[in-house]
Design a protein around this ligand. Structure first.
Ligand SMILES: [Fe+2]
Length: 224
């Protein structure tokens, strides 16, 4: 399984603070049965620093040794001009491929998410909407529109521990709209990599999707 959303890269955002914490998180991922991890530090209009991220990633790979395979990507806070910045190489795609992990405000309705997804799609990218369960202003038709416009949805594993989010998660899974369940892990203690609740729920309610979401090939297509 590939964990497609993590803040394991250390000292660059609100995720792992030190190399030690990053290595703890890598170990934790291995315990969860994850074979591949995409490091997705935050990027945004005012937070580009692609060279620093590449440098830090190289340091992490060297220290982590073998075991879990590490890949570099980013979680990009959507902004007007994002497509141009991707074209310039200022923003990182997932493993250097066509997939782009993109997040939006979860407090204010600042963007029309299906329109933003469409803009990225027509530029040749495959936008993956990060922690899709958070956007209160996206109604059920909106979620379907994201997928119709060439986007994919990623939901957080921890969301399955919250009863009030179950209705939306059930709808998304029932409609086959969830492409990835990821940890969005930030630290080894509180916001760590923990797939237990998500696996239990999917196994009980949507067993036909278990292999696609947690099997050996789960998430691997995001690196293409
Ligand atoms: Fe994140």
């Amino acid at each position: 399984m590939t964990d497609v959303h993590t803040h394991i890269l250390f000292g660059v955002d609100d995720g792992a603070k030190t190399l030690g914490q990053a290595l703890d998180l890598v170990r934790r991922e291995a315990e969860e049965g994850v074979t591949d991890v995409v490091c997705t530090p935050h990027q945004g209009a005012e937070l580009l620093r692609p060279a620093l991220l590449r440098e830090r990633f190289a340091a992490l790979c060297e220290a982590a040794g073998c075991g879990v395979r590490l890949h570099l990507g980013a979680e990009i806070y959507y902004f007007r001009g994002m497509t141009a910045a991707l074209g310039r190489g200022d923003l990182l795609t997932m493993g250097g491929g066509r997939h782009v992990l993109v997040e939006f405000s979860d407090r204010f309705e600042t963007e029309n998410i299906p329109d933003a997804v469409y803009e990225l799609s027509v530029a040749g990218y495959i936008p993956v909407v990060a922690h899709a369960e958070r956007y209160f202003y996206l109604d059920r038709r909106g979620y379907a529109a994201v997928c119709e416009n060439g986007g994919k949805l990623q939901v957080n594993a921890r969301a399955f521990t919250r009863r009030w989010q179950r209705g939306l998660l059930r709808f998304l899974l029932k409609e086959g709209l969830v492409s990835y369940i990821a940890s969005d892990c930030h630290d080894p203690v509180v916001r760590t990599a923990d797939f237990a609740a998500a696996k239990k729920y999917v196994r009980a309610k949507f067993p036909a999707q278990e292999a696609a979401l947690f099997g050996s090939e789960a998430g691997a297509d995001i690196l293409l």
